[in-house]
Design a protein around this ligand. Sequence first.
Ligand SMILES: *[C@@H]1O[C@H](CO)[C@@H](O)[C@H](O)[C@H]1NC(C)=O
Length: 460
Amino acid sequence: MKELSLAVLGGAAAAAVWWAVLLMRRRREKDVTGRRAQVCVVLGAQWGDEGKGKLVDVLASDVDIVARFNGGANAGHTLEVDGKKFAFHLLPCGMLHKRCLNVIGNGVVAHLPTMFDELEELGDPEALGRLAISTRAHVVLDSHREIDGMLEAEKGGGALGTTKRGIGPCYASKANRNGIRFADLKDGSVGEKVRAIRAFQAKHYPGVSEENVSRIESYAARLVAAGAIRDTVALIHEALDRGDKILAEGANAALLDPDFGTYPFVTSSTTTAGGVCTGLGVPPRRVDCVLGVVKAYTTRVGAGPFPTELDLDDNGPGHHLSTVGREYGTTTGRKRRCGWLDAPLLRYSAAVNGYDSICLTKLDVLTGIPTLKIAVDYHLDAEKLPRVHFPASLDDLARVQVTYVELDGWHQDITGCTSFSQLPSQAQNYVRAIEHHADLAVSWVGVGPGRRDIFVMPGL
Ligand SMILES: *[C@@H]1O[C@H](CO)[C@@H](O)[C@H](O)[C@H]1NC(C)=O
């Protein structure tokens, strides 16, 4: 594992990128306190699968703490290091960096066997020593996973397309106030608390299997022995007092947020910037910088309205995005739905999250499409919607009429480009058009699948 941390993009390059962001932020906001920026958040800006991993990885090589604040093992990014692939579902991706402490915050839910499997896949016996799990985080039980499957089957055609990892039912237990927390694993009360929740489940979900308490206890003993269950609120505030840099890594994406997303086709935990405060115990004023990750087009998994959706089956641009972009789920193999970039969606996402800037990913996938489109406005009942307005009603969202601008495409391979000026003029125009129509500043552009296929924009 020693070579790993060295292979990560080169510390100096990553540090330069990181500081550039912070300087940009300071120029904009004039940090009157003179305090250097410490907390930076990376969020998915669309419906997920934007490719956050690469940006998080670039930034993680220069921080002290990488923290997850929401979701469970339903996140997913793969990092490729020295030809070896690492899939991250629950663990923060700072696990690949020897000097990083990795925090699983109180807003997260974790299934113990899944977490230990993921730890083992890292092939690093010391990995557990770099992990701190909040005493206030919730434990996903096997019964939560069973209930997830039952509920999904019951919904049949109207299924939400959940990953059946028990995440929704675990957050439901949290809200019902009979959930199991990591504190319970530490203070020895887990057996009694599992009995209580099992009594509840037996009544409301008859047929759900018994929980294997001794298995939970044996995992708990390993975590306790490693000192991994911690008061992460105290830990994070001590780190802030020391001047440490913290990268908060969001799971899922803005349009999957239970409040701001396309409800009910959403996930169960806050995926937007506010989740950093509620999921880590970091106060709003301490969040210095929010970065969005935007795919150069739009994809969506599962059901629900999708205004800029393209047909995947004809030989047109939808088919191109799906095949060239390899837009299918890594675990399920399910095809993702694909469409044009949606600026009204991004303006809404930016309004909710306040992105300082964005990382535009997978621009190379557009290579070879003769004419590109960007959605610039929605009309509903012949009336143009305000600049920041995304319909809450899915019926309305399904009915919106989309206005597009058309731009010339390019055919040159851009995967080797290391700067904006190397892009063909049409690709430059496309990036600038996104900034213009979505009111966003692009700071990074991803031009290929490799970890180095990303460059910083001029004037950052
Ligand atoms: C419970 O888990 C333990 C491992 O911790 C295993 O040895 C045992 O067979 C399991 N019991 C049941 C009933 O599955």
